[in-house]
Ligand binder design. Structure first.
Ligand SMILES: NC(=O)c1ccc[n+]([C@@H]2O[C@H](COP(=O)([O-])OP(=O)(O)OC[C@H]3O[C@@H](n4cnc5c(N)ncnc54)[C@H](OP(=O)(O)O)[C@@H]3O)[C@@H](O)[C@H]2O)c1
Length: 290
């Protein structure tokens, strides 16, 4: 299947995507600052990245590097800029330098480039926090390359002990019968991580380029998502109250409607995006043996 260099492999998505692609027959090279990386390098340094490309001649590159602490991004703009903007810029510059390798890149972005009422099509950009703005700025730097920019969101069982997904947090809280608030005013159309891995592989195989929303064909509130997941797992929601994000004073503003219009992706890939209720069932299966 060829060689794929993955930046940000040590994160939530990378820890699922790397073994998945290795099992699919790729030679996976994990590049980053973490000692567990196959290649340790400064991912903001385009010359170091170009050297890596020359040494490994990848057919594919995937960028998962991100500063994902949305509240920290708001007060520490350098943290947001380095990971969300400078890194994609460095990867794009290295791809230019090594243009003769014909590298196809997948750059993962976020549904937080949108705000206001959904469903959002790709042109409806309106980031309302530093995280979303820095991610969008990163997109602009890779947009002209042979790159697929996938705006997405995901949940599912994490393979990392120290990095929890939304569903990990939810299932743990429900099992411990903790008092939690489920937001009825936050809408999303996020995917299960495994489904996202399948779709990333499809994008690589078809070498699709452009900017795409990648999510479910329909959306749901986070409160309804939680109730549906709890019901499939036989967990009580008696200690969970339904509330509104709008009533919280968070450091960073959050978009409340992140539902994605996925028709451009469906058309480019010639597929149907999944139904959110099927994704919840798939996610429940991941936690059923806990
Ligand atoms: N998690 C979500 O719910 C979610 C939702 C929507 C979109 N996304 C997008 O999906 C992608 C993957 O997210 P994720 O949740 O897997 O992220 P994550 O768990 O926070 O992992 C981030 C990765 O980026 C690396 N990284 C961060 N800053 C770095 C820096 N300055 N220099 C070098 N490496 C750096 C980390 O490396 P270290 O291990 O060395 O720190 C780690 O490998 C991102 O593009 C994110 O914006 C995520």
């Amino acid at each position: 299947m060829g060689t794929v260099v993955i930046f940000g492999a040590t994160g939530l998505l990378g820890s699922s995507l790397c073994p998945y692609l290795a099992d699919s027959g790729f030679e996976v090279i994990q590049a980053g600052r973490d000692p567990s990386s196959n290649r340790i390098l400064d991912v903001t340094d385009s010359s170091a990245i170009a050297d890596l490309f020359r040494a490994t001649a990848p057919s594919y590159v995937i960028n998962l590097v991100a500063a994902t602490d949305v509240d920290r991004c708001e007060s520490d703009v350098k943290y947001a800029y380095l990971a969300n903007t400078k890194v994609p810029g460095a990867i794009a510059a290295a791809m230019d330098t090594c243009g003769h390798f014909d590298i196809h890149a997948v750059h993962i972005s976020t549904d937080q480039v949108y705000a206001g009422p959904g469903t959002h099509s790709e042109g409806n950009i309106n980031p309302i926090n530093v995280y979303g703005l820095s991610k969008y700025a990163g997109e602009l730097l890779v947009a002209a390359k042979t790159t697929a920019i996938l705006r997405t969101n995901f949940y599912g069982r994490s393979k990392l002990p120290n990095r929890k997904s939304f569903s990990d947090w939810l299932v743990t809280a429900l099992k411990k019968r903790e008092a939690i608030t489920l937001f009825e005013d936050v809408l999303f159309s996020a995917l299960n991580i495994q489904t996202l891995c399948d779709l990333v592989l499809d994008v690589m195989k078809q070498r699709v380029t452009g900017t795409f929303n990648v999510g479910c064909a329909n959306g749901i509130s986070k409160a309804e998502f939680a109730i549906q997941l709890a019901s499939r797992l036989g967990l009580s929601t008696e200690n969970a109250k339904v509330g509104r994000l709008a009533d919280l004073a968070l450091k960073a503003k959050r978009p409340t409607d992140m539902t994605l219009d996925v028709r451009k992706f469906e058309s480019a890939m010639n597929l149907r995006c999944p139904d959110i209720f099927d994704q919840i069932s798939l996610t429940a299966e991941e936690y059923s043996d806990e």
